[in-house]
Design a protein around this ligand. Sequence first.
Ligand SMILES: [Zn+2]
Length: 352
Amino acid sequence: MADTTVAGGAGLLERLARGPVICAEGYLFEIERRGYLSAGAYVPEAVLEHPDAVARLHRDFLHAGSEVMLAFTYYAHREKLRLIGREGALEELNRTALRLAREAALESDALVAGNVCNSNIFVDGDAESARTVRAMFDEQVGWAVDEGVDFIVAETISYCSEALLALEAIKAAGQTAVINLAIHREPETRDGLTPAEAAKRLEDAGADVVGLNCTRGPASMLPLLGPIREAVGCHVAALPVAYRTTEEEPTFQSLSDPGCGCLPEGRPFPTALDPFTVNRYEIEEFTREAQALGVSYLGVCCGAGPHHIRAVAEALGRRPPASRYSPDMSQHAFYGTSDQIPADYKAYKGNL
Ligand SMILES: [Zn+2]
């Protein structure tokens, strides 16, 4: 399969050979926050009901420096559509999401990625469930190939054995594969491998890029990346959630907020995580540290806004279109240093 973009430019592996590649994720959380999708089932019905909202977010991420338009097919798999009683819309949803990503990518020099994810019905060691899950991956991969993607991402999978099924489906279709694992509170896959061991197995099975995405924020993802980098020879990916996780609460599901007495579920996840949002400088720092470890497929997952993606780009020395509007505090009314700011306003800044 040719590793070229829809626009005829360099494909993913060619770009990674030259330097880091940026991929914005987190469509579910951002579209939910914008009011076009319901938290809970988290099915991307907005693709069909509000395609303009999805197209808008693709363009916002593109403007901010994302070089990959990831089709919004996360949880657009047969099991999820069955759960909400819309199995009949499965193919239309997938094809529409792929076309929305492609249309946005064509406006720039971006790549289009197909996307499959955790099935939530996989049972480790059960051949019947493996067949069912593989068939779910195969049909989504088939639609992605049909719609002309540049490569395919399998993400947020916490069993190495399930990730291997996704990889097999992607490779059977002759596609470049990015495989990202989600590591929960225990620093291992649900089938008991260290992230480094799992990454090695995935590389040995043919993955082109292996890494981690979602679940962990920058602080609790970073320590897992060095051992992965040492274990594999292929490209490594890192796309944390945009939340301040800690060693004690390493995932966004495990975060607690004792200072808030009005949490409907008793925990911040998933709709009250706002106070934990990392700022753009923390994303810049994470990007630089991950890059120094040798991670080259970089981005941000749930919680990401366009300003986080611009921070990834600028940490890598890029100047996406959104950098035209990067902060310039020299012209601020009180904190500014410009000669045109009145001296008494400058002197008043400590009173603000
Ligand atoms: Zn995520």
